[in-house]
Design a protein around this ligand. Structure first.
Ligand code: PLP
Length: 457
Protein backbone atom coordinates (compact mmCIF):
# COMPACT_ATOMS: atom_id res chain seq x y z
CA UNK A 1 0.00 0.00 0.00
CA UNK A 2 2.82 2.40 0.85
CA UNK A 3 4.61 1.49 -2.39
CA UNK A 4 1.42 2.04 -4.34
CA UNK A 5 0.79 5.48 -2.89
CA UNK A 6 4.42 6.44 -3.61
CA UNK A 7 4.60 5.03 -7.14
CA UNK A 8 1.08 5.41 -8.53
CA UNK A 9 2.19 8.29 -10.76
CA UNK A 10 4.38 5.86 -12.74
CA UNK A 11 1.32 3.81 -13.76
CA UNK A 12 -0.99 4.56 -16.68
CA UNK A 13 -4.05 6.32 -15.22
CA UNK A 14 -6.47 3.92 -16.88
CA UNK A 15 -6.06 0.22 -17.64
CA UNK A 16 -5.74 -1.23 -21.13
CA UNK A 17 -8.51 -3.79 -20.78
CA UNK A 18 -11.63 -4.71 -22.67
CA UNK A 19 -14.90 -5.91 -21.12
CA UNK A 20 -14.48 -9.45 -19.77
CA UNK A 21 -10.66 -9.40 -19.71
CA UNK A 22 -10.41 -9.74 -15.94
CA UNK A 23 -13.17 -12.32 -15.53
CA UNK A 24 -11.58 -14.53 -18.19
CA UNK A 25 -8.40 -14.85 -16.13
CA UNK A 26 -10.11 -16.07 -12.96
CA UNK A 27 -11.65 -19.44 -12.07
CA UNK A 28 -15.43 -19.48 -12.21
CA UNK A 29 -15.87 -21.47 -8.98
CA UNK A 30 -14.44 -20.81 -5.51
CA UNK A 31 -11.59 -23.01 -4.21
CA UNK A 32 -12.56 -25.89 -1.93
CA UNK A 33 -9.41 -25.66 0.16
CA UNK A 34 -7.88 -22.43 1.39
CA UNK A 35 -5.05 -21.06 -0.75
CA UNK A 36 -1.75 -19.64 0.47
CA UNK A 37 -1.71 -15.86 0.76
CA UNK A 38 1.26 -15.64 -1.64
CA UNK A 39 -0.85 -17.07 -4.48
CA UNK A 40 -3.71 -14.80 -3.68
CA UNK A 41 -1.49 -11.76 -3.58
CA UNK A 42 0.21 -12.75 -6.83
CA UNK A 43 -3.18 -12.81 -8.56
CA UNK A 44 -4.03 -9.46 -7.00
CA UNK A 45 -0.81 -8.02 -8.44
CA UNK A 46 -0.97 -9.71 -11.83
CA UNK A 47 -4.70 -9.85 -12.60
CA UNK A 48 -6.50 -7.24 -10.50
CA UNK A 49 -4.01 -4.36 -10.49
CA UNK A 50 -3.69 -4.19 -14.30
CA UNK A 51 -7.48 -3.82 -14.42
CA UNK A 52 -7.68 -0.89 -12.02
CA UNK A 53 -8.44 2.74 -12.81
CA UNK A 54 -6.21 4.93 -10.65
CA UNK A 55 -8.30 7.55 -8.94
CA UNK A 56 -5.31 8.48 -6.81
CA UNK A 57 -3.06 9.24 -9.75
CA UNK A 58 -1.93 12.89 -9.87
CA UNK A 59 -3.14 13.07 -13.48
CA UNK A 60 -6.67 12.07 -12.48
CA UNK A 61 -8.94 14.84 -13.77
CA UNK A 62 -12.11 12.80 -14.38
CA UNK A 63 -15.54 13.16 -12.70
CA UNK A 64 -14.70 14.67 -9.32
CA UNK A 65 -11.71 13.63 -7.21
CA UNK A 66 -12.03 10.54 -5.00
CA UNK A 67 -9.09 11.08 -2.71
CA UNK A 68 -7.40 9.05 -0.04
CA UNK A 69 -4.34 9.76 2.09
CA UNK A 70 -1.93 7.68 4.19
CA UNK A 71 -3.65 8.77 7.41
CA UNK A 72 -7.04 7.76 6.06
CA UNK A 73 -5.81 4.37 4.80
CA UNK A 74 -4.28 3.56 8.19
CA UNK A 75 -7.51 4.47 9.96
CA UNK A 76 -9.45 2.31 7.51
CA UNK A 77 -7.21 -0.65 8.35
CA UNK A 78 -7.79 -0.11 12.07
CA UNK A 79 -11.54 0.14 11.43
CA UNK A 80 -11.47 -3.16 9.55
CA UNK A 81 -9.42 -4.81 12.27
CA UNK A 82 -11.77 -3.64 14.99
CA UNK A 83 -14.75 -4.69 12.87
CA UNK A 84 -17.15 -2.93 15.20
CA UNK A 85 -20.80 -2.23 14.46
CA UNK A 86 -21.52 1.38 15.29
CA UNK A 87 -25.31 1.32 15.28
CA UNK A 88 -25.82 2.32 18.92
CA UNK A 89 -23.76 4.10 21.54
CA UNK A 90 -23.53 0.85 23.51
CA UNK A 91 -22.24 -1.16 20.55
CA UNK A 92 -19.10 1.01 20.50
CA UNK A 93 -19.19 4.09 22.72
CA UNK A 94 -15.94 5.57 21.38
CA UNK A 95 -17.19 5.32 17.78
CA UNK A 96 -20.38 7.23 18.55
CA UNK A 97 -18.63 9.90 20.58
CA UNK A 98 -15.86 10.32 17.99
CA UNK A 99 -18.54 10.75 15.32
CA UNK A 100 -20.16 13.48 17.43
CA UNK A 101 -16.79 15.13 17.93
CA UNK A 102 -15.62 15.01 14.31
CA UNK A 103 -18.96 16.19 12.95
CA UNK A 104 -18.72 19.12 15.37
CA UNK A 105 -15.22 19.79 14.02
CA UNK A 106 -16.47 19.73 10.44
CA UNK A 107 -19.34 22.06 11.29
CA UNK A 108 -16.87 24.51 12.80
CA UNK A 109 -14.40 24.12 9.90
CA UNK A 110 -17.16 24.88 7.37
CA UNK A 111 -18.46 27.81 9.37
CA UNK A 112 -21.93 26.30 9.72
CA UNK A 113 -24.17 27.56 12.50
CA UNK A 114 -24.21 25.75 15.84
CA UNK A 115 -27.85 24.82 15.18
CA UNK A 116 -26.74 22.04 12.81
CA UNK A 117 -26.01 18.55 14.07
CA UNK A 118 -24.06 16.13 11.96
CA UNK A 119 -24.07 12.43 11.21
CA UNK A 120 -21.91 10.42 8.82
CA UNK A 121 -23.76 8.75 5.95
CA UNK A 122 -22.17 6.47 3.38
CA UNK A 123 -22.74 8.72 0.35
CA UNK A 124 -24.35 11.97 -0.68
CA UNK A 125 -26.97 9.91 -2.52
CA UNK A 126 -28.06 8.39 0.78
CA UNK A 127 -27.94 11.75 2.58
CA UNK A 128 -30.16 13.32 -0.08
CA UNK A 129 -32.58 10.40 0.16
CA UNK A 130 -32.65 10.88 3.95
CA UNK A 131 -33.41 14.59 3.43
CA UNK A 132 -36.19 13.82 0.92
CA UNK A 133 -37.80 11.31 3.27
CA UNK A 134 -37.56 13.73 6.20
CA UNK A 135 -39.15 16.46 4.07
CA UNK A 136 -41.91 14.07 3.04
CA UNK A 137 -42.63 13.27 6.68
CA UNK A 138 -42.64 16.89 7.78
CA UNK A 139 -44.94 17.88 4.92
CA UNK A 140 -47.43 15.11 5.81
CA UNK A 141 -47.23 15.76 9.58
CA UNK A 142 -45.42 12.43 9.92
CA UNK A 143 -48.34 10.49 8.51
CA UNK A 144 -46.75 9.11 5.32
CA UNK A 145 -44.45 6.78 7.23
CA UNK A 146 -47.37 5.60 9.33
CA UNK A 147 -50.29 5.41 6.91
CA UNK A 148 -48.54 5.22 3.57
CA UNK A 149 -48.49 7.82 0.84
CA UNK A 150 -52.08 7.27 -0.31
CA UNK A 151 -53.57 9.32 2.54
CA UNK A 152 -51.54 12.55 2.52
CA UNK A 153 -48.53 11.89 0.35
CA UNK A 154 -49.91 11.79 -3.16
CA UNK A 155 -49.76 15.53 -3.81
CA UNK A 156 -46.21 16.31 -2.68
CA UNK A 157 -43.74 18.01 -5.01
CA UNK A 158 -39.95 18.44 -5.07
CA UNK A 159 -37.88 21.12 -6.85
CA UNK A 160 -34.31 21.04 -8.13
CA UNK A 161 -32.53 22.79 -10.97
CA UNK A 162 -32.07 21.15 -14.34
CA UNK A 163 -28.38 20.79 -13.35
CA UNK A 164 -29.05 18.91 -10.09
CA UNK A 165 -27.36 15.54 -9.58
CA UNK A 166 -29.04 12.29 -10.63
CA UNK A 167 -29.19 11.26 -6.95
CA UNK A 168 -32.09 13.70 -6.62
CA UNK A 169 -34.03 11.82 -9.33
CA UNK A 170 -33.23 8.54 -7.63
CA UNK A 171 -34.18 9.88 -4.19
CA UNK A 172 -37.48 11.25 -5.47
CA UNK A 173 -38.30 7.82 -6.94
CA UNK A 174 -37.35 5.97 -3.76
CA UNK A 175 -38.98 8.34 -1.28
CA UNK A 176 -42.34 7.81 -2.94
CA UNK A 177 -42.86 11.27 -4.44
CA UNK A 178 -42.85 9.85 -7.96
CA UNK A 179 -40.58 11.26 -10.63
CA UNK A 180 -43.47 13.15 -12.18
CA UNK A 181 -43.55 15.27 -9.03
CA UNK A 182 -39.94 16.40 -9.45
CA UNK A 183 -39.95 19.90 -10.92
CA UNK A 184 -36.87 20.88 -12.88
CA UNK A 185 -36.25 24.58 -12.34
CA UNK A 186 -34.61 26.50 -15.21
CA UNK A 187 -31.05 27.80 -14.86
CA UNK A 188 -29.40 31.06 -15.87
CA UNK A 189 -26.34 31.59 -18.10
CA UNK A 190 -24.10 30.39 -15.26
CA UNK A 191 -26.13 27.18 -14.85
CA UNK A 192 -27.48 28.32 -11.48
CA UNK A 193 -31.13 27.95 -10.47
CA UNK A 194 -33.38 30.88 -11.39
CA UNK A 195 -35.00 31.97 -8.14
CA UNK A 196 -37.95 33.70 -9.81
CA UNK A 197 -38.69 30.56 -11.82
CA UNK A 198 -38.69 28.51 -8.61
CA UNK A 199 -41.00 31.01 -6.95
CA UNK A 200 -43.46 30.86 -9.86
CA UNK A 201 -43.39 27.05 -10.00
CA UNK A 202 -44.10 26.69 -6.28
CA UNK A 203 -46.91 29.26 -6.43
CA UNK A 204 -48.45 27.49 -9.45
CA UNK A 205 -48.31 24.10 -7.74
CA UNK A 206 -49.92 25.42 -4.56
CA UNK A 207 -52.67 26.96 -6.66
CA UNK A 208 -53.20 23.57 -8.32
CA UNK A 209 -53.68 21.95 -4.90
CA UNK A 210 -50.24 20.36 -4.67
CA UNK A 211 -48.02 20.46 -1.58
CA UNK A 212 -44.40 21.60 -2.16
CA UNK A 213 -42.31 19.53 0.26
CA UNK A 214 -38.65 19.99 -0.61
CA UNK A 215 -36.24 22.09 -2.64
CA UNK A 216 -32.80 20.65 -3.36
CA UNK A 217 -30.29 23.41 -4.05
CA UNK A 218 -26.84 22.60 -5.38
CA UNK A 219 -23.57 24.27 -4.49
CA UNK A 220 -21.07 23.00 -7.02
CA UNK A 221 -23.11 21.11 -9.61
CA UNK A 222 -21.58 17.96 -11.05
CA UNK A 223 -21.46 19.18 -14.63
CA UNK A 224 -19.94 22.60 -14.05
CA UNK A 225 -19.74 23.44 -10.28
CA UNK A 226 -22.60 25.90 -10.73
CA UNK A 227 -23.74 27.52 -7.50
CA UNK A 228 -27.46 27.95 -6.87
CA UNK A 229 -28.35 31.21 -5.04
CA UNK A 230 -29.13 29.50 -1.74
CA UNK A 231 -29.97 32.71 0.14
CA UNK A 232 -32.74 33.62 -2.34
CA UNK A 233 -33.98 30.03 -2.43
CA UNK A 234 -34.01 29.88 1.38
CA UNK A 235 -36.22 32.95 1.55
CA UNK A 236 -38.84 31.22 -0.63
CA UNK A 237 -38.59 28.00 1.36
CA UNK A 238 -39.07 29.83 4.64
CA UNK A 239 -42.07 31.75 3.31
CA UNK A 240 -43.69 28.57 1.97
CA UNK A 241 -42.66 26.20 4.74
CA UNK A 242 -40.68 23.99 2.35
CA UNK A 243 -37.70 21.85 3.44
CA UNK A 244 -34.45 23.15 1.93
CA UNK A 245 -31.72 20.57 1.33
CA UNK A 246 -28.33 21.75 0.05
CA UNK A 247 -26.23 19.32 -1.97
CA UNK A 248 -22.59 20.42 -1.86
CA UNK A 249 -21.19 16.91 -2.33
CA UNK A 250 -18.00 18.04 -4.02
CA UNK A 251 -17.85 21.75 -3.18
CA UNK A 252 -18.47 21.52 0.57
CA UNK A 253 -14.78 21.08 1.34
CA UNK A 254 -14.14 24.55 -0.12
CA UNK A 255 -16.13 26.12 2.74
CA UNK A 256 -13.10 25.57 5.00
CA UNK A 257 -11.32 28.30 3.00
CA UNK A 258 -12.49 31.76 4.15
CA UNK A 259 -12.15 33.43 0.74
CA UNK A 260 -14.36 30.73 -0.86
CA UNK A 261 -17.07 30.85 1.77
CA UNK A 262 -19.06 33.44 -0.18
CA UNK A 263 -20.22 30.54 -2.40
CA UNK A 264 -22.12 29.17 0.60
CA UNK A 265 -24.17 32.25 1.36
CA UNK A 266 -27.54 31.18 2.78
CA UNK A 267 -26.68 27.60 3.81
CA UNK A 268 -27.31 28.55 7.44
CA UNK A 269 -30.99 28.79 6.54
CA UNK A 270 -31.10 25.28 5.08
CA UNK A 271 -32.85 22.39 6.81
CA UNK A 272 -30.11 20.00 5.74
CA UNK A 273 -26.71 20.13 4.09
CA UNK A 274 -24.50 17.37 2.70
CA UNK A 275 -20.90 17.25 1.53
CA UNK A 276 -18.47 14.43 0.88
CA UNK A 277 -15.14 14.38 2.71
CA UNK A 278 -14.52 11.40 0.41
CA UNK A 279 -14.25 13.68 -2.58
CA UNK A 280 -11.93 16.58 -1.79
CA UNK A 281 -10.98 16.21 1.90
CA UNK A 282 -8.53 13.29 1.65
CA UNK A 283 -10.82 10.80 3.42
CA UNK A 284 -11.09 7.62 1.38
CA UNK A 285 -14.50 6.47 0.15
CA UNK A 286 -16.98 6.28 1.80
CA UNK A 287 -17.65 9.20 4.10
CA UNK A 288 -20.44 11.71 3.60
CA UNK A 289 -21.20 14.41 6.15
CA UNK A 290 -24.91 15.15 6.62
CA UNK A 291 -25.97 18.12 8.73
CA UNK A 292 -29.52 18.68 9.83
CA UNK A 293 -31.10 21.59 11.64
CA UNK A 294 -34.16 19.89 13.13
CA UNK A 295 -32.80 16.78 14.77
CA UNK A 296 -36.28 15.80 15.95
CA UNK A 297 -37.62 15.74 12.39
CA UNK A 298 -34.84 13.32 11.48
CA UNK A 299 -35.37 11.08 14.50
CA UNK A 300 -39.15 11.03 14.16
CA UNK A 301 -38.69 9.94 10.56
CA UNK A 302 -36.13 7.19 11.07
CA UNK A 303 -36.44 5.95 14.65
CA UNK A 304 -37.57 2.36 15.14
CA UNK A 305 -36.61 0.62 18.40
CA UNK A 306 -37.01 -3.14 18.65
CA UNK A 307 -36.71 -4.73 22.07
CA UNK A 308 -33.39 -6.40 21.29
CA UNK A 309 -31.71 -3.03 20.67
CA UNK A 310 -32.92 -1.31 23.85
CA UNK A 311 -30.19 -0.33 26.32
CA UNK A 312 -30.25 1.30 29.71
CA UNK A 313 -28.36 4.35 28.41
CA UNK A 314 -30.82 5.17 25.61
CA UNK A 315 -32.12 8.29 27.36
CA UNK A 316 -28.65 9.84 27.70
CA UNK A 317 -26.88 8.92 24.48
CA UNK A 318 -27.04 9.27 20.71
CA UNK A 319 -27.87 6.12 18.76
CA UNK A 320 -26.85 6.87 15.21
CA UNK A 321 -28.94 4.00 13.81
CA UNK A 322 -31.89 6.40 14.22
CA UNK A 323 -30.24 9.05 12.04
CA UNK A 324 -30.53 7.33 8.69
CA UNK A 325 -31.49 4.25 6.73
CA UNK A 326 -29.11 1.48 7.71
CA UNK A 327 -28.87 -0.25 11.06
CA UNK A 328 -25.29 -1.53 10.97
CA UNK A 329 -22.79 1.28 10.61
CA UNK A 330 -19.08 1.40 9.93
CA UNK A 331 -16.68 3.32 12.17
CA UNK A 332 -16.12 6.10 9.63
CA UNK A 333 -15.33 8.85 12.13
CA UNK A 334 -11.89 7.35 12.77
CA UNK A 335 -10.56 8.17 9.31
CA UNK A 336 -12.02 11.65 9.46
CA UNK A 337 -10.31 12.22 12.81
CA UNK A 338 -6.98 10.86 11.54
CA UNK A 339 -7.11 13.06 8.43
CA UNK A 340 -8.08 16.30 10.15
CA UNK A 341 -5.45 15.77 12.84
CA UNK A 342 -2.71 14.74 10.39
CA UNK A 343 -3.15 17.63 7.98
CA UNK A 344 -4.65 20.21 10.29
CA UNK A 345 -7.21 22.67 9.05
CA UNK A 346 -4.41 24.76 7.52
CA UNK A 347 -3.08 21.76 5.58
CA UNK A 348 -6.50 21.02 4.12
CA UNK A 349 -7.06 24.69 3.29
CA UNK A 350 -3.71 24.83 1.49
CA UNK A 351 -4.68 21.85 -0.63
CA UNK A 352 -8.00 23.39 -1.70
CA UNK A 353 -6.28 26.70 -2.45
CA UNK A 354 -3.69 24.95 -4.58
CA UNK A 355 -6.30 23.12 -6.65
CA UNK A 356 -8.43 26.22 -7.13
CA UNK A 357 -5.38 28.24 -8.21
CA UNK A 358 -4.39 25.53 -10.71
CA UNK A 359 -7.92 25.48 -12.13
CA UNK A 360 -7.85 29.29 -12.56
CA UNK A 361 -4.49 29.02 -14.27
CA UNK A 362 -5.77 26.39 -16.70
CA UNK A 363 -8.88 28.50 -17.33
CA UNK A 364 -6.56 31.39 -18.21
CA UNK A 365 -4.59 29.30 -20.70
CA UNK A 366 -7.86 28.23 -22.34
CA UNK A 367 -9.19 31.79 -22.48
CA UNK A 368 -6.00 33.01 -24.13
CA UNK A 369 -6.04 30.27 -26.76
CA UNK A 370 -7.97 31.26 -29.92
CA UNK A 371 -8.85 27.60 -30.61
CA UNK A 372 -10.46 26.82 -27.26
CA UNK A 373 -13.43 28.17 -25.41
CA UNK A 374 -14.23 28.18 -21.70
CA UNK A 375 -17.79 26.85 -21.27
CA UNK A 376 -18.65 27.74 -17.65
CA UNK A 377 -17.38 29.91 -14.79
CA UNK A 378 -14.57 28.37 -12.69
CA UNK A 379 -15.37 29.08 -9.04
CA UNK A 380 -13.55 25.96 -7.74
CA UNK A 381 -11.38 23.17 -9.15
CA UNK A 382 -13.35 22.26 -12.27
CA UNK A 383 -12.68 23.64 -15.75
CA UNK A 384 -15.20 23.06 -18.56
CA UNK A 385 -14.10 23.86 -22.09
CA UNK A 386 -14.33 22.83 -25.70
CA UNK A 387 -12.19 22.94 -28.80
CA UNK A 388 -13.66 25.51 -31.17
CA UNK A 389 -11.17 26.61 -33.83
CA UNK A 390 -12.36 29.80 -35.59
CA UNK A 391 -11.98 28.29 -39.09
CA UNK A 392 -14.70 25.71 -38.33
CA UNK A 393 -17.66 28.04 -37.97
CA UNK A 394 -19.88 27.30 -35.00
CA UNK A 395 -21.98 24.29 -35.89
CA UNK A 396 -22.66 22.68 -32.50
CA UNK A 397 -23.28 19.21 -33.92
CA UNK A 398 -19.93 19.25 -35.68
CA UNK A 399 -18.19 20.65 -32.60
CA UNK A 400 -19.75 17.95 -30.44
CA UNK A 401 -18.23 15.29 -32.72
CA UNK A 402 -14.89 17.05 -32.79
CA UNK A 403 -14.69 17.31 -29.01
CA UNK A 404 -15.76 13.72 -28.53
CA UNK A 405 -12.93 12.67 -30.84
CA UNK A 406 -10.53 14.96 -28.99
CA UNK A 407 -11.43 13.49 -25.60
CA UNK A 408 -11.08 9.93 -26.91
CA UNK A 409 -7.65 10.71 -28.26
CA UNK A 410 -6.43 12.41 -25.07
CA UNK A 411 -7.66 9.55 -22.88
CA UNK A 412 -6.14 6.96 -25.23
CA UNK A 413 -2.69 8.20 -24.13
CA UNK A 414 -3.59 6.81 -20.68
CA UNK A 415 -1.38 9.56 -19.24
CA UNK A 416 -4.37 11.56 -18.02
CA UNK A 417 -8.05 10.89 -17.59
CA UNK A 418 -10.69 13.49 -18.42
CA UNK A 419 -14.47 13.13 -18.76
CA UNK A 420 -17.22 15.09 -20.46
CA UNK A 421 -20.68 16.48 -19.88
CA UNK A 422 -23.27 18.53 -21.73
CA UNK A 423 -23.91 22.18 -20.87
CA UNK A 424 -26.71 23.99 -22.63
CA UNK A 425 -26.91 20.99 -24.95
CA UNK A 426 -23.26 21.27 -25.98
CA UNK A 427 -20.63 18.57 -25.54
CA UNK A 428 -18.05 19.88 -23.07
CA UNK A 429 -14.76 18.46 -21.75
CA UNK A 430 -14.27 18.60 -17.97
CA UNK A 431 -10.94 18.83 -16.13
CA UNK A 432 -11.47 18.36 -12.39
CA UNK A 433 -8.33 19.31 -10.47
CA UNK A 434 -8.45 17.93 -6.95
CA UNK A 435 -6.21 14.91 -6.45
CA UNK A 436 -3.92 15.14 -3.43
CA UNK A 437 -0.71 14.80 -5.43
CA UNK A 438 -1.65 16.89 -8.46
CA UNK A 439 0.94 19.58 -9.14
CA UNK A 440 1.24 22.26 -11.80
CA UNK A 441 3.29 19.94 -14.04
CA UNK A 442 0.38 17.47 -14.24
CA UNK A 443 -2.05 20.18 -15.30
CA UNK A 444 0.49 21.47 -17.83
CA UNK A 445 0.82 17.99 -19.27
CA UNK A 446 -2.96 17.59 -19.54
CA UNK A 447 -3.20 20.91 -21.38
CA UNK A 448 -0.31 19.92 -23.68
CA UNK A 449 -1.97 16.58 -24.49
CA UNK A 450 -5.24 18.38 -25.29
CA UNK A 451 -3.47 20.79 -27.63
CA UNK A 452 -1.52 18.00 -29.34
CA UNK A 453 -4.68 15.98 -29.88
CA UNK A 454 -6.42 19.05 -31.29
CA UNK A 455 -3.59 19.65 -33.77
CA UNK A 456 -3.74 16.06 -34.96
CA UNK A 457 -7.52 16.03 -35.60
C1 PLP B 1 -20.76 13.30 -6.50
C2 PLP B 1 -22.04 14.01 -6.31
C3 PLP B 1 -23.13 13.35 -5.73
C4 PLP B 1 -23.14 11.88 -5.41
O1 PLP B 1 -22.23 11.54 -4.45
P1 PLP B 1 -22.21 10.06 -3.85
O2 PLP B 1 -21.54 10.27 -2.53
O3 PLP B 1 -21.41 9.25 -4.79
O4 PLP B 1 -23.59 9.59 -3.72
C5 PLP B 1 -24.27 14.10 -5.46
N1 PLP B 1 -24.35 15.39 -5.78
C6 PLP B 1 -23.32 16.05 -6.36
C7 PLP B 1 -23.47 17.51 -6.71
C8 PLP B 1 -22.14 15.37 -6.67
O5 PLP B 1 -21.13 16.02 -7.26
Amino acid sequence: MADYLRDVSDLPVTPAVRPGDILRQLPESPPTAGEPFERLFRDFTEVIMPGMTHWNHPSWFAYFPGNNSPASVLAEMLTAALGAQCMSWATSPAATELEQLTMGWLREMLGLQKGFTGVIQDTASTATLVALISARERATHYSAGREGLAVNGARLTVYASSEAHSSVDKGVKLAGYGQEHLRRVAVDGRYAMKVDALDRMIAGDIEAGLVPACVVATIGSTSSTAVDPVDGIAEICRRRGVWLHVDAAYAGTAAIVPELRHLFLGVDQADSFVFNPHKWMLVNFDCSAYFVRDREALLRTFQVTPEYLRTTQDAEVVNFRDWGIQLGRRFRALKLWFVVRSYGVAGLQALVRKHVALARELAGWIERSPDFELMAPVPLGLVCFRYNPPELGSDDVQLDELNRALLTQVNATRRVHLTHTRLGGRYVIRVAIGQRQTERQHVEEAWRLVQEAAESL
